[in-house]
Ligand binder design. Structure first.
Ligand code: MG
Length: 336
């Protein structure tokens, strides 16, 4: 089976602003392995702060285009890929799993032996804006679990505004926005708002800082996100954090995500499965692994205007996995 691809620009519903930048569009790539009924599909997310560009993804796919792909040899085929764009390798991994499920007539969650009823509810993300605007978006979303982006402006003012409209579960993500002293000072104050956990309080790579922060027992569990790419990174955080955020765009697909999940379990860490700004294709793929995780942050498709796929559905925050073979995604005739 041959590999082909298609660049695709995602238009965001609202400007996506987090601690290290903002955007109105994202530039992803869809990959396809094979043709016709049994073709498998994958997605590579262009993520500026992970140095994943559409050009880099396309160059990687081009570099392996002359290979012959076989979904019955997934492990060997993925292990033989050259290093480079994790997003591009993710697209290939997803396309192979999609094709395998279609050949076997089974959804991907069943290939992994998972019960789709165990998928955790997803959080809904509010990116950074004026506190009143964030609160209005939170109110309009009417979702049971919110994830609030922090680390760029007045974090306490934001959470004060959010708590006026949302009494449910709340988690926050600083996206590496604080240094050690700032984090140690602000986390006890943020704890007053009743937080499930805080993602990536410190700059990327500061594992000892996370260990130092966690030892202070500041009243909010600490998760690493940007620090964690592969299962090796999970192992390197043993004892330094309460949990890790696994994303298929960082691991290079479902196989390495699964290894990261098992590594975290073995080290007594909690796990959230997350997504980048991705369509229903990649987010449905991640959702197939979500029954293994404690938390889900799989709201990517809710953030974009022109999702060309349908797959997993949302029953408010509940993830309803498709039971079609493979990833179970379908291309829409007209993107909405
Ligand atoms: Mg995060």
């Amino acid at each position: 089976m041959k590999l082909s691809w298609e660049p695709y620009t995602l238009d965001l519903r609202v400007t996506w602003r987090i601690a290290h930048g903002s955007s109105d569009q994202r530039h992803n790539v869809f990959a396809q392995i094979g043709q016709g009924e049994e073709a498998g599909f994958g997605e590579a997310a262009g993520v500026p702060h992970h140095h994943e560009t559409q050009e880099g993804i396309l160059a990687y796919l081009e570099s392996v285009a002359d290979r012959v792909w076989d979904p019955f040899q997934i492990e060997d085929q993925l292990n033989s890929l050259p290093p480079g764009s994790a997003a591009a390798r993710c697209a290939i991994d997803l396309a192979l799993h999609d094709a395998l499920g279609k050949r076997l007539g089974q959804p991907v969650y069943r290939l992994f032996g998972l019960n789709p009823e165990r998928a955790p509810q997803t959080s809904y993300t509010i990116s950074i804006a004026e506190p009143a605007v964030m609160a209005e978006r939170a109110r309009a979303a009417d979702m049971p679990i919110l994830k609030i982006k922090l680390g760029a402006t007045d974090d306490e003012a934001i959470l004060t505004a959010i708590r006026q409209v949302h009494s449910g579960r709340l988690r926050v993500d600083a996206n590496a926005g604080w240094d050690r002293e700032q984090a140690a000072a602000i986390i006890p104050r943020l704890a007053e708002f009743g937080l499930e956990f805080i993602e990536q309080p410190l700059p990327v790579g500061d594992i000892e800082g996370l260990r130092w922060l966690r030892a202070k027992k500041l009243g909010v569990p600490i998760f690493a996100d940007e620090n964690i790419l592969t299962s090796r990174d999970v192992a390197a955080h043993a004892g330094a954090v309460d949990g890790v955020v696994i994303k298929i765009a960082k691991t290079g697909g479902l196989r390495e995500a699964l290894r990261g999940i098992h590594t975290a379990r073995a080290l007594d860490m909690q796990i959230m499965i997350g997504s980048m700004v991705e369509t229903s294709l990649a987010v449905t793929a991640a959702a197939h692994l979500s029954p293994l995780c404690d938390y889900a942050d799989l709201d990517g498709p809710l953030m974009i205007r022109n999702d060309p796929f349908e797959g997993m559905r949302y029953d408010r925050a509940r993830l309803v996995l498709p039971d079609r073979p493979g990833l179970g995604i379908l291309r829409k005739q007209v993107p909405n």
